[in-house]
Structures are given as C-alpha cells and as structure tokens.
Design a protein around this ligand. Structure first.
Ligand SMILES: [Ca+2]
Length: 343
C-alpha cells in the first residue's frame, strides 16, 4: 500500500489525504494533522504574506512520541528545544535535507517534507486510515467528510472547518468568503500572473498533462502570483509552478522547466540542479548502505552530480571517499589485513 499525501502549497492551498482541494487563509497556528492514537501531531503556523489577506506557512511543530521537532523559516531546526545540524539520525527517526526540502521520516509511518517556504507535504502510512484529523482531513478514502471539525461536525465551508482547528483557539475566526480573489483585488498584476503561470498549461509540461490535471494548478498559480505582494512575488510564482512540477515528479514525469528567464535556481559548491534528484543525500558514510525504502521518490533542487557524494557543503567523487575501518579513516586504496571496502 502506498503512503497518502496531504499538502499545503503556495498561499494556503490544501489537499487533504483523501484528495479534497481547498484554499484557506488564516494567520494563526492550526492542527495540520494528528492521529487519534496519539502517535503524532503536526501543527502549522501561518502568517500574512500579501496585502489581500493570503497566508504562507512560517513554522511547523512535529510531535512524535515525546519528541518535538520545530522548524521555522530562517532558523535552525530544533529537537526538544536543542538546535541540531543536518543530517540527524535517531533510532526510528531521520531528519535530513535533500534538494530544496527538509525531510523528517519516522518509522511509525510518517514523513514530512518542507522547503521552509510554501511547499509542505505530509505523508502517512495507510495504517493511519480512520485515525487522522485536522486540516489534512480524516483519512478514510472518503472526501465528503474531510471538513470534519474538532467537535465532529461536518462543515460545508473551509472557513468553519479550519477555524475549529486553531491550536489554542486564540485567533479571530476567518469569515466565510472574506477573501476576494487576489486577481480582482490587484487587477494590475493579473496579466503578469496569467502570462507567467501559463507555462503550466504550455508545451513544457505537455508530457505531464495527462497524468496530473494542470488547470487547478494554473488557477492556484494565478491566485498566488496576484496576491503575493509582500516582496518575493517571483518566489510565489516559482513555488506555484514548482508545486505542479512536484506532482509531475510523483507521477513519474520529470520536467526540467526552470530556465535563466524563469525561476533559475543557482547551485553552489559543485552541486547541480536536478528536476528529480535523490531524496536521500548520499555521503561517504552512507554510500555503502542500500538505499532505504524512504529514499525511493525524488525531489528537485541542488544535488551532487552522478558519481559524487555529499561532503561538508560540497561534493566529492565517490571513488575518493576514505575507507572507514574500526573508527579510523584511511585514504582510498589502503589495504588492511581485514578487507576494507574500496569505493
Ligand atoms: Ca475523509
């Protein structure tokens, strides 16, 4: 069975585990997903990112057992209030970075991917069927009950539903239909937004169109590109296009859509841009291991070229990794009485 994914992309565009799409803009802290067996909970904090009232993700709290992982834009990740450096491996928990994403993987059947911006994905094992609630909905393959509030009512509007999932119930409720379309509020931005978001409908993504319907992503893109006026308008546009590209990746179609003219991504220290790079960054330490299951999908971003592995901030030739034997490091090619694997 496959993991089910819930996403929060761009400016408050949600897709529940059961696939229901909605947009909700409320600046507050909300329960994104929690399991009724207390296995995990994930809270998300959103802030205003445009004058028309749209909101963006600013921070995420992940609680798994007695561990709390806190990620906030512009700061280091902390675990139980202690800052950590990546990658960090615990017995049943991994926190690592690959491409544009920070990735938390837990053996309980939970994976959280966040680009520290406006792309957030939560994946759960099917064993959580009928156990989740929050803004990601109750996962039971039935979309019609996804707007279930904290008190168990099924609401029609995303606002009434989402308001009930405030973590502390300390923010003003968002009114139904309080948000006009950002393109109506900012008509001067509409043409620019439409023109650039058009790449989603364009031949660049043609191969993906039959796998992932492009129109909803085009609509979200124009919404975000019109509304995101607190600086970084290009970032909003690029994220919206990248969100469609990520869906294409998940569907097995890898499209290199970035260019010098549209959303170029500069990679440093010998890394190169890949539309579909490995989820798990290989290092000299991990190269001997098999790719664990959780590394099977791919993510876009800056990755070491083929044949290279990550070392410090940059990459080294895999062949040049030192041999490690009984905690000692030896140059490549060293022959020890007991066999050291040479790479
Ligand atoms: Ca449901």
């Amino acid at each position: 069975m496959c993991f089910r994914t819930c996403s929060v992309v761009g400016e408050g565009h949600f897709q529940t585990f059961d696939g229901k799409l909605y947009t909700f803009a409320g600046p507050c802290q909300y329960v994104l997903a929690e399991a009724s067996n207390n296995a995990f909970s994930i809270d998300v904090e959103t802030v205003l990112c445009g004058s028309s009232g749209i909101t963006c993700t600013r921070a995420i709290d992940i609680h798994i057992g007695n561990i709390t992982i806190f990620m906030v834009k512009g700061s280091e990740i902390s675990v139980n209030n202690v800052q950590i450096t990546l990658p960090k491996y615990y017995n049943d928990l991994r926190i690592e970075q690959s491409g544009v994403y920070y990735i938390v993987t837990s053996d309980i059947g939970l994976k959280v991917k966040w680009d520290l911006g406006t792309r957030l994905y939560v994946e759960v094992d099917p064993l959580f069927n009928s156990l989740t609630s929050g803004l990601c909905g109750n996962y039971d393959t039935d979309q019609t009950n996804d707007f279930t509030t904290r008190t168990g009512l099924v609401e029609q509007s995303s606002e009434n539903f989402a308001n009930s999932w405030q973590v502390l119930n300390n923010c003003p409720d968002v009114e139904e239909l309080s948000l006009d379309s950002p393109c109506e509020l900012h008509p001067e931005r509409k043409a620019w937004a439409m023109r650039h978001c058009n790449i989603i409908l364009h031949s660049t993504f043609e191969e993906c169109h039959s796998k992932v319907e492009p129109e909803p992503y085009f609509d979200r893109c124009t919404y975000d590109a019109c509304g995101c006026d607190y600086g970084g308008d290009c970032e909003c546009l690029c994220t919206a296009v990248a969100a469609y590209a990520q869906e294409c990746n998940d569907a097995g179609v890898y499209i290199k859509w970035r260019s010098q003219d549209l959303c170029p991504m500069q990679c440093e220290s010998g890394l190169e841009y890949m539309a579909c790079g490995p989820t798990c960054r290989q290092t000299c330490d991990t190269i001997s291991g098999e790719d664990p299951l959780h590394c099977s999908e791919c993510v876009e971003g800056c990755h070491c070229p083929h044949g290279y592995v990550a070392q410090d901030e940059g990459c080294v030739l895999a062949d040049e990794c030192p041999c490690v034997y009984e905690n000692g490091e030896y140059p490549p090619g060293t022959v020890i009485t007991k066999e050291c694997q040479n790479w």
